[in-house]
Design a protein around this ligand. Structure first.
Ligand code: AMP
Length: 225
């Protein structure tokens, strides 16, 4: 994207687990040359390293609950201070509560940065459950697959890096129901929060990847004032 040299692009992807936030963040990151910042990925790395943060976070994650806001805001503050976010970022899975959204607004104000778009991806509950339970991920390069509609070329092996793909610990049916409930209660209020601020754009995920991608491109390609 040659034009993107001049203008920074700061995006939040919002939506329930399984709606495709990670999948769409990945191409947006590549096409617009901005880093994808996933608090879930940062936490999973901390868990894999066995750090104190990881140990703390793991019990919330395994139970399908949210990690406390102060921990998440600490991670976000640190990540958003890195030089690679100067031209923008795409936030995937953060913020997830009103206090996190307020905290993000404070962080950005200090950095003299503004959000451009909050993109909400919608999908009905049964389809979310179906997609999450058939999701597989690459623990090495973080590529996301789906056994129903986006399987890897070789069964069980990541197309991109050749590692063995796995099911996330929290993608089991019981944990998924808990995560959906947490989304409705704690994260869905952000939809109104960002609508009131004139930042919300809504796209539907029920017509498949290409249609969702085209809707997102429609928003990102459009001029923001
Ligand atoms: P995700 O990969 O975004 O689905 O996140 C996986 C899990 O990490 C969530 O179910 C939470 O336990 C935790 N997590 C990730 N991001 C956040 C956040 N912004 N706030 C609280 N917990 C989070």
């Amino acid at each position: 994207m040659s034009e993107s040299e001049a203008k920074a692009l700061r995006i939040i992807l919002l939506g329930p687990p399984g709606c495709g936030k990670g999948t769409h963040s990945a191409w947006i990151s590549e096409d617009y040359g901005i880093p994808q910042i996933s608090t879930g990925d940062i936490l999973r790395e901390a868990v894999a390293e066995g750090s104190d943060l990881g140990k703390d976070a793991q019990r919330y994650m395994d139970a399908g609950k949210l990690v406390p806001d102060e921990i998440i805001l600490g991670l976000a503050r640190e990540r958003l201070a890195q030089p690679d976010v100067a031209r923008g970022f795409i936030l995937d899975g953060f913020p997830r509560t009103i206090p996190q959204a307020d905290g993000l607004a404070e962080i950005l104000e200090k950095l003299e940065q503004r959000l451009d778009h909050v993109i909400e991806i919608t999908l009905d509950r049964e389809e979310l459950i179906r997609r999450i339970t058939s999701r597989r991920v690459c623990p090495n390069c973080k590529a996301v697959y789906n056994l129903s509609f986006k399987p890897p070329e070789r069964e069980g092996i990541c197309d991109r890096c050749g590692a063995r793909i796995v099911q996330r610990e929290d993608d089991t049916r019981e944990t998924v129901l808990q995560r959906l409930e947490v989304y409705e209660r704690q994260t869905a209020p952000l939809i109104d929060y960002y609508r009131e601020r004139g930042l919300l754009r809504v796209v539907r995920a029920d017509e498949g990847y290409d249609a969702t991608r085209a809707q997102i491109e429609g928003y990102l390609g459009g001029k923001t004032e």
